[in-house]
Design a protein around this ligand. Structure first.
Ligand code: ADP
Length: 475
């Protein structure tokens, strides 16, 4: 099958979170299964020269956008059987950050039109266009409703929801300005939802199949609590909504071969993990001790991730217990400030790195003992999978993909790979963390928990097959 994926992020080129990991890994696995996969992303200026210097200029294309013919340059890069195409337009993609720009609505509207232009120019027509999150969710609508794309209208479409919270909501004016489609699409509630133009809602209404990134999140988003006010619409489309669990790229995240860490290790010989722990402590200026549990969190600092829970739990814990905590993350200022203050209050126990740092993330996954993930909701979550792959034990809240992947340790059966709170059942995070710390003091159990985590299969092979089956059914 020939599948074209369009997304706003793709690892290792441009990454803000888990979306990039998925777009970086799933296409490679689909290609391994024998499919012809093309990935289209914007050519952000923040893509490192290490990669950008290898891109080849393929052609210059004009796209009809905002009342004129706007040119863009298309770059190509082929790797692991996958063709990556990059849409270059300096007005829209020469920025310091991927998101959070005032004109995001316009930037991605332009990208959506560019993708359709590229699809039209393909020598061999695609069987499926697979779009991801709100940034590319207007493609199925444009494909069906804009006569400009009549020749490719029959192509099937799939939308994956990586996070229902982000819907690409903008004003009616923005819809009219950026898409130049008839006003009636808004007035008749086709692209409108609860008083604004809603990109994700439009995608959900127009695609042939909707997927989301874990079976539990698939069920959760049908409810009021997790449905982000789109649950009634999702319920109508239930038959076409499936949850397929994300994997991780086990070539990128492999403690036995990872070049970003100081000492490789595997489930059979874990001594190397200690060397990485010392490296973190040395970099962080924390006491270099093997015996103290090193807790970590690598995350966007957003409400979703349960930073409020850590605001409750951490000061107490640090006061009472002999533990260390290292955080890598960035996001909402109030959370950044909380962590900065925590480091100031506990200079011998806490290290905070505000920012995005891929190499340091790998080192933390490799050298830490415990990974904290008190998320209020979590579509899939990749951090817990990466942690387990590196023998770092997750303490997580039982929701979404965390529920599908983290299993409470059972000391009698010696099964399980982590520890769980459950906010819906009043099972608090501090108790789960305390259970974890108790087992940390019991080396035999601790070795088993780490090993159980490391021996899990987090690869994409099974889930990629599920995506392939879904495409097959469609065509
Ligand atoms: P989300 O997509 O909601 O942000 P996930 O757990 O699905 O959360 O994926 C997060 C991905 O982003 C992981 O690969 C994680 O290691 C990475 N990540 C998050 N914050 C940072 C950071 N500050 N520096 C480096 N990597 C980060």
């Amino acid at each position: 099958m020939k599948v074209i994926m369009a997304a706003a992020e793709c690892a290792p080129f441009a990454k803000a979170g888990g979306l990039a990991d998925v777009i970086g890994a799933l296409p490679k696995e689909l290609s391994r299964l024998g499919h012809d996969i093309t990935v289209i992303i914007p050519k952000y200026s923040l893509i490192s020269e290490q990669y950008a210097s290898k891109f080849i200029l393929k052609e210059s294309i004009e796209v009809h956008f905002k009342g004129r013919q706007l040119p863009f340059r298309l770059f190509e890069y082929k790797q692991a059987g996958v063709t990556y195409l990059f849409v270059e337009n300096d007005d829209y993609f020469k920025r310091e950050q991927i998101y959070g720009q005032k004109d995001d609505s316009e930037r991605y509207a332009f990208f959506n039109r560019s993708v359709l232009e590229i699809v039209q120019l393909q020598e061999q027509q695609a069987d499926v266009i697979h779009v991801h999150d709100w940034h590319t969710a207007m493609i199925p609508f444009l494909l069906k409703e804009d006569q400009r794309y009549a020749s490719i209208q029959a192509i099937k479409t799939v939308l994956t929801i990586h996070n229902l919270q982000f819907q690409g909501k903008f004003s009616k004016e923005k819809f009219l300005e950026n898409f130049e489609m008839n006003e009636r699409y808004y007035d008749e509630g086709i692209v409108e939802w609860r008083g604004s133009f809603n990109s994700l809602k439009t995608g959900i209404s127009y695609v042939d199949k909707i997927t989301t990134v874990s079976p539990t999140y698939r069920d959760e988003i049908l409810t009021d609590f997790y449905g982000e006010k789109l649950n009634s619409l999702l319920q109508e489309k239930q038959q076409d909504l499936v949850g397929i669990l994300n994997g991780i790229d086990t070539e990128v995240y492999n403690p036995a071969t990872d070049l970003a860490i100081v000492r490789e290790f595997d489930a059979m010989s874990m001594e190397g993990k200690q060397v990485n722990k010392r490296e973190i402590q040395s970099k962080a200026g924390l006491p270099e001790r093997g015996d103290v549990p090193l807790l970590t969190m690598i995350s966007r600092l957003a409400g979703q991730k349960g930073v409020d829970v850590l605001q409750e739990v951490l000061p107490n814990l640090l006061e009472k217990e002999d533990v260390q905590f290292a955080l890598l993350g960035s996001g909402e200022e109030k959370y950044e400030q909380f962590f900065q203050k925590l480091a100031a209050d506990f200079p011998d126990k806490v290290y905070i790195h505000i920012g995005f740092d891929e190499a340091f993330a790998h080192l933390l996954y490799a050298g830490a003992d415990i990974f904290l993930m008190p998320s209020h909701f979590e579509p899939c979550g990749l951090s817990q999978l990466i942690s387990m792959q590196y023998g770092t034990v997750p303490v997580a809240n039982r929701t979404g993909g965390l529920k599908d992947t983290v299993i409470e340790y059972d000391e009698n059966l010696k099964t399980g790979n982590g520890f769980l709170s459950d906010f819906s059942q009043d099972k608090p995070f501090d108790l789960a963390l305390q259970r974890c710390l108790d087992f940390y003091q019991q080396p035999k159990h601790w070795e088993t928990i780490k090993k159980n985590g490391m021996e899990g299969n987090y690869s994409w092979s099974r889930s990629a097959t599920e995506y392939a089956k879904l495409y097959e059914k469609l065509i």
